[in-house]
Design a protein around this ligand. Structure first.
Ligand SMILES: Cc1cc2nc3c(=O)[nH]c(=O)nc-3n(C[C@H](O)[C@H](O)[C@H](O)COP(=O)(O)OP(=O)(O)OC[C@H]3O[C@@H](n4cnc5c(N)ncnc54)[C@H](O)[C@@H]3O)c2cc1C
Length: 468
């Protein structure tokens, strides 16, 4: 392991939140180390945007292409940006351990901004582990980074990303065979109670309606309020079955793309023991922060979807807010200056997220996905089923950490990323406890697999020898 000197600020994640934070901080004279796992900056939304072809730009749409402006900005500002870096430990003292090219490094920052974004909510329905089934986000990653488009795919679930991906597949000449959607008329009625936010966020609504119009124009069949969804097939997906309006359907499909919205990636914030709360609308945990992204630990701020799902534009604002907070903590700007500069950003963010409560209600994941039953696998790494988790609860298991001892759930290489939310939901249902009382897995370093060789290579070298 190699130890580096102290930069003022370490930003983890180079999506819109992390890039905006790094730019804001560097422009105010702070030394910034920006770390990201991907080969190129841009995060999930602007993945590979600097290398995308004109054809990819056309297929992925104007919002994707527009990200090039933000991503290219880091070339003109002094930021120590490192790609292909996996952060696997973060300490409350400002230490960050990461691996790059099979070498491990440790660096100390005076302040850290976590901008690690969101991940797709797991969609544990019968057959979700069969080859040919993946998440809609994974299919979009193939389009962004490899120019590959899924063929004859059926998209299943709910949420804006499902419509965006459909429109991108249509533009790529490979429209989905069908959309099987879980939201119902009841969801719409509940969402209408948040109509005020729609007025403020009319632009986003318009975008969504345009996507739906494209899907309709392309003749893609849409099935709504689908329940009892399962994928049929053993070695390969062959079909999906579901019920709508009391009628059973079976559609042939070798590719099934699942999506039920995204949830904050809290692996690092959890491992740090930061304070988290449960969001009833989005049905997920999020780390507690104040308006400028300050977490419950002095040296750590959080920005972007990792602090709560708000979307790419809001992530830019929260990135800049977290940077202002960090600059204040570093003694580079006063509290008054921080708060004054925060005002227009907070206003812009408020406008940007006004539509969220409406969307959260409209596309709320159904109970059968949140709390699956029977032989459906919940923990894919250790092959623990929904029934297994329920049976642990019947034996007195009250929290996710105990399920590890009962049946190894959450103990595989994904570190509970895939099953954590579902285990909390099932235990909450079985015990009658609120998800906040049930809690979530305790996360420990290393957050991602790291080799013994990397850990063993402990060398201290001066910063200039390794900073490119
Ligand atoms: C699969 C997927 C696809 C999406 N596609 C779209 C889309 O097309 N359009 C849209 O509007 N929204 C999309 N979203 C929602 C979108 O993620 C956000 O609104 C926006 O990208 C949030 O920005 P962010 O900066 O908070 O996080 P992100 O853009 O997610 O950036 C987080 C970055 O942190 C890095 N990171 C995470 N953990 C580590 C670690 N341990 N070590 C090093 N680096 C790490 C990741 O590599 C990533 O680059 C998508 C979400 C997902 C999960």
């Amino acid at each position: 392991m190699t130890t580096m000197d102290k930069p003022d600020l370490i930003v983890i994640g180079a999506g819109p939140a992390g890039l905006s934070a790094a730019l804001e901080a560097a422009r105010h004279g702070s030394s910034v180390l920006l770390l990201d796992e991907q080969p190129e900056p841009g995060g999930q939304v602007y993945r590979n945007v600097m290398k995308a072809s004109a054809k990819q730009d056309e297929i992925l749409g104007p919002d994707y292409k527009a990200g090039r402006l933000l991503v290219s900005s880091i070339e003109n500002v002094e930021i120590d940006y490192r790609s292909g870096v996996t952060v696997w430990q973060v300490g409350a003292d400002g230490s960050v351990a990461f691996s790059q090219n099979e070498e491990a490094y440790q660096v100390h920052g005076r302040h850290i901004i976590l901008a690690t974004g969101a991940m797709e909510r797991p969609v544990p329905l019968p057959g979700w582990i069969v080859p040919g089934v993946m998440t809609a986000g994974a299919a979009q990653i193939l389009m962004k980074s490899g120019g590959l488009v899924a063929r004859d795919a059926i998209l299943v679930g709910s949420g804006p990303l499902l419509y965006l991906l459909s429109s991108q597949m249509i533009a790529a000449g490979s429209p989905p065979k069908a959309l099987v959607e879980t939201q119902s008329f009841n969801n719409l009625c509940l969402a209408m109670t948040h109509i005020k936010g729609v007025v403020l966020g009319w632009r986003q609504l318009l975008k969504g309606l345009q996507l739906i119009r494209q899907i309709r124009k392309a003749g893609v069949p849409r099935y709504k309020a689908a329940t009892e969804i399962s994928v049929i097939g053993t070695d390969q997906a062959e079909a999906i079955s579901f019920t709508t309006k009391g009628r059973k359907h079976k559609l042939d499909a070798s590719t099934v793309l699942l999506h039920q919205g995204v949830v904050p990636n809290t692996q690092i914030s959890r491992s740090l023991g930061l304070k988290h709360r449960w969001n009833e609308n989005q049905r997920c945990f999020y780390p507690v922060t104040n308006d400028v992204g300050q977490s419950s630990i002095e040296k750590v701020s959080i920005a972007g979807d990792g602090a709560g799902i708000s979307g790419a534009k809001a992530a830019e604002y929260t990135g800049r807010l977290a940077a202002l907070n960090a600059l204040h903590k570093l003694g580079l700007i006063s509290e008054v200056a921080r708060d004054q500069r925060a005002v227009p950003l907070l206003r812009a963010r408020k406008k940007e997220i006004a539509i969220r409560p409406f969307l959260d209600q409209l596309y709320a994941p159904p109970a059968e996905i949140l709390r699956p039953r029977g032989k459906t696998i919940v923990c894919r790494c250790e092959e623990v089923t929904a029934d297994d988790i329920s049976s642990y609860a019947a034996l007195g298991c009250k929290g996710p950490n105990q399920t590890k001892a009962f049946g190894r759930s959450g103990m595989g290489p994904c570190q509970g990323r895939f099953c954590g939310a579902t285990v909390t939901e099932i235990l909450s249902k079985e015990t009658g406890l609120h998800p906040e009382q049930v809690g979530s897995y305790r996360i420990r370093a290393p957050l991602k697999p790291v080799t013994l060789g990397e850990l063993a290579a402990l060398t201290d070298v001066p910063q200039k020898e390794i900073v490119s």
